[in-house]
Design a protein around this ligand. Structure first.
Ligand code: UD1
Ligand code: CA
Length: 459
């Protein structure tokens, strides 16, 4: 059985944050989630995450996701180090297990690389295989020391390197494959006798080597995959790489992006082909966008379902559904639970909330539609307000099919405007309007002729 042990107990001091490091997000998801997903999508049957600092928050977030957690004791006097962390997971390991060790702060690692590492490890019959990388600037990483014939003999941590070893540019990614039995043996024999006073997992390599086991090193092709996150600069670097990956996948699936560098699409969003996305657009959470849509600049779409052929311009859409052929915006705000039918027009500065609008209805300008059930072919004039709140309760307004609500009207809920009813502009409606009726609820206009002259105002 292949088992992964994912190290996520470190404090992450350099993040300068109240949040555990591995819960910091890139492209909408915690960095640890990417590591777990890469592991799950590779040939791994069991995932064990070692948590410590902020561990309760981490386990809470991943509750119910088929992951095992082990707590590493933390605190001033507790032992520390990657070797000590892996020890916490040994209860899950059998002699014949193949153990994949991953770091929770390295979210760019891919399933493909993990598969290749397993393959290299198995074919070579190694006791341990280290995933390594060649870096122009190896500063900070453990260095790979090879013997005369090129076999890996040990790993030296940055703080323990000699000047000569500092020149080595092959580094330890912190990702490994171990034979279960050999990993146990190695961990039983490490100590904390080093510059940092930590139990280094890396010391297992030399121990196995000395016992006569073969240790392999698989050099990764693209070193960005092993980019770790220790501070917020590195967090933003990983975000940028992940964003590129996500956007490229959409583009290869047939989505046009005018400027992918300023298009922000979170992990897990679905977009249909021939949809065009303009710059400075944010598409987040559990969102699906159909095909042949146009999402123009400065739009943000969160947890929403947008059908085919929808046009959205400079608008905010949250937890809502927009059906086929509808246009939204510019500057519209669909608040949660807005369900907008087919071929609807939601125009400038229109706000909706917890409302359904039937097919072919229109609210072209400056309206507030809250807690409403609006039918089909309804016209909602400019400046109409659904007065849904009396200071205490939210109430429902119903507007039937083919109704016409004149501009600047107030519909004071609860109220029911039936099919084909007309409301005259400027009306304040607080009683139901019958089917086919015209309701005028405003003061009569009085024109006082020659009033200016009588008052002698022109003088
Ligand atoms: C480690 C490697 C180094 C490698 C580098 C790659 C060791 C001794 N060194 O160094 O060779 O080049 O990763 O990024 O292994 N963690 C725990 N518990 C602990 C300590 C760490 O869970 O007690 C976790 C951290 O949360 C982190 C991972 O292990 O996810 C790596 O720890 P970190 O302290 O960042 O190791 P490095 O010093 O970077
Ligand atoms: Ca690190």
């Amino acid at each position: 059985m292949n088992i992964s042990i994912i190290l996520a107990a470190g404090e992450g001091t350099r993040m300068k944050s109240k949040l555990p490091k591995v819960l910091h997000k890139i492209c909408g998801k915690p960095i640890l989630e990417y590591v777990i997903n890469a592991s799950k999508s590779a040939d791994v049957q069991k995932n064990v995450v070692i948590v410590g600092h902020g561990g309760d928050k981490v386990t809470e977030y991943f509750k119910g996701k088929d992951i095992f957690f082990e707590n590493q004791p933390v605190g001033q006097d507790a032992p520390y180090g990657t070797g000590y962390a892996v020890m916490q997971g040994m209860g899950h390991i059998h002699d014949d297990s193949t153990v994949l060790v991953l770091c929770g702060d390295t979210p760019l690692i891919t399933k493909e690389t993990i598969d290749k590492l397993f393959d290299y490890h198995n074919k070579g019959g190694y006791g341990c295989t280290v995933l390594t990388a060649l870096l122009d600037d190896p500063m900070g990483y453990g260095r790979i020391i090879r013997d005369e014939i090129g076999n890996i003999s040990r790993i030296v941590e940055q703080k323990d390197t000699t000047d000569e070893e500092k020149q080595i540019n092959e580094i330890n990614s912190g990702i490994y494959c171990f034979n279960g039995k050999m990993l146990k043996y190695g961990l039983e024999n490490i100590d904390d006798n080093n510059a940092q006073g930590e139990f280094y997992l890396t010391d297992v390599i030399e121990i196995l080597k000395d016992e006569g086991y073969n240790v392999g090193a698989y050099i990764i092709k693209d070193p960005t995959e092993i980019h770790g996150i220790n501070n917020r600069v590195q967090l933003s670097f990983s975000e940028e790489i992940m964003r590129k990956r996500i956007n490229e996948e959409h583009m290869l699936n047939g989505v046009t992006m005018i400027d992918p560098d300023s298009t922000y699409i979170e992990e897990g969003v679905n977009i249909g082909c021939d949809t065009i996305i303009y710059p400075n657009t944010f598409i987040e959470g559990d969102t699906t966008i159909g095909s042949d849509c146009v999402i123009r600049s400065n739009s943000r779409i969160v947890n929403s379902k947008i059908d085919d052929n929808v046009v959205i311009e400079s608008s905010l859409i949250e937890d809502s559904i927009v059906e086929f052929g509808t246009t939204i915006g510019p500057n519209a705000h669909l608040r949660p639970k807005s369900i907008i039918g087919k071929n609807v027009k939601i125009g400038n500065f229109v706000e909706t909330k917890n409302s359904t609008l039937g097919d072919n209805s229109k609210a072209g300008h400056l309206a507030y539609i809250g807690d409403a059930e609006v039918g089909e072919n309804v016209n909602i004039g400019c400046g109409v307000i659904f007065v849904n709140y009396n200071g205490k309760d939210k109430q429902i307004t119903k507007v039937g099919n083919n109704a016409f609500i004149g501009s600047n009207s107030n519909l004071v809920a609860p109220v029911n405007i039936q099919d084909w009813a007309y409301v005259a502009a400027g009306s304040t409606i607080n009683k139901d309007v019958e089917e086919g009726a015209l309701s005028i609820a405003r003061a009569h206009q009085v024109n006082k002729l020659n009033w200016v002259e009588k008052k002698d105002l022109k003088k």
